[in-house]
Design a protein around this ligand. Sequence first.
Ligand SMILES: [Zn+2]
Length: 102
Amino acid sequence: MILNLGDVTARLIHLDSPHTRDAVLIYLPEDKALIGGDAHDVDYYDNHGKFNINRLKSFASFLQSLNFEYYLKGHDGAAVKKEVLLSALINGETLPGSLTMM
Ligand SMILES: [Zn+2]
């Protein structure tokens, strides 16, 4: 779904993510920003607080294909640059709030 908000376009992206099976991310192409919704973190629901490697790889691949610079976690932490996010995902790490790299 795409929302036209005047000077801002918000593309809502539904994903089966590493953290939840029904995450909705918000992509703001004019700002090259991605709001992660409830997508990025370990899986507390179906995988005992660990990453599911297949969903993690799929998420990282999706992120690599998207043109953004800044990633904002949905419900905690601060914005991080795309390369910091991808590095954390490749290493199977979460993004603590103190890991701010803007
Ligand atoms: Zn969550």
